[in-house]
Design a protein around this ligand. Sequence first.
Ligand code: HEM
Length: 279
Amino acid sequence: MRAFFALALLALAAPACADGLVENVNGITLDQDGKVIRFNAMLVGTDGKVTELLTKKDRLPKQLDFRLDGRGATMLPGLIDAHGHVMGLGFQLLTLDLSGTNSLAEAQAAIKAYAAKYPERRWIIGRGWNQEKWGLGRFPTAQDLDAAVSDRPVWLERVDGHAGWANSKAMEIAVEVFYDKVLADDLVGKFFEDVDMEGQRIKQKNFLSMAFGGPYQFSGQDLRKAHGPLIDRLGLNDQHFDRVLHLFSQTLEELNISQKELDGMLEVLQSMRDAVMGR
Ligand code: HEM
């Protein structure tokens, strides 16, 4: 009698004809009541929907269109991850949103109006611009932004968070911070000792503009010419280059520039290493 029941149970557990089987998995899912259930194989019907979950005890069907060995991998069927960055959304609401702008001129007007509306804000921060949507055919420049606001620093992230748009004032502030670090540094400070203060600032600004993908595009030849004498006279080498990039990263971290943007800028600067080193 006991054997009969066991057979009957096996017959119940054995699935009817199915089209596909994914077996040998560490399957985890939820039942209709939200309770966690585990399984080792999954049957899939002709419509691509899961028809049955099986454990090691269940008999597998013989007639199958395909059979996939999961090799013990964990399987989470139907898991859909929906999540929101609530803090980020909250902060976004406190800053300028340019995602609705359809041209550079429209964005400039919005930035100008925002700055006028919030005269107490020391920095104008925002995001959402997209030069593709504007049909601009290029990235916007610091000059484009100066035309909207020039008396206060402005920093605006692109819609994807992978690029930033700074005005001249913001770059001046970054230059100040970077310049102080470079001059105070025991390894690279000496390179800048004989350079006059004003010219120095312009050069630092050019350095930053290059990192920001700005309008100053020096050729590899220019960089070789500017740094060649430093290699000959003061032994400029990769160690100095690394230190300058390190101080640059520190500066932007202090200014709260996101890691994503910083990585992009470091990549631009790294691509200039050989030219600066005269290679
Ligand atoms: C990616 C890295 C670098 C970039 C993009 C860069 C860019 C520039 C640019 C655009 C100039 C101005 C050229 C001119 O107008 O004459 C310049 C000058 C200069 N750079 Fe760099 N630089 C880099 C790395 C370094 C390093 C590692 C040092 C030394 C530690 C250095 C020291 C100097 C000095 C001293 C000058 C002034 C040269 C002079 O006026 O005689 N630079 N750099």
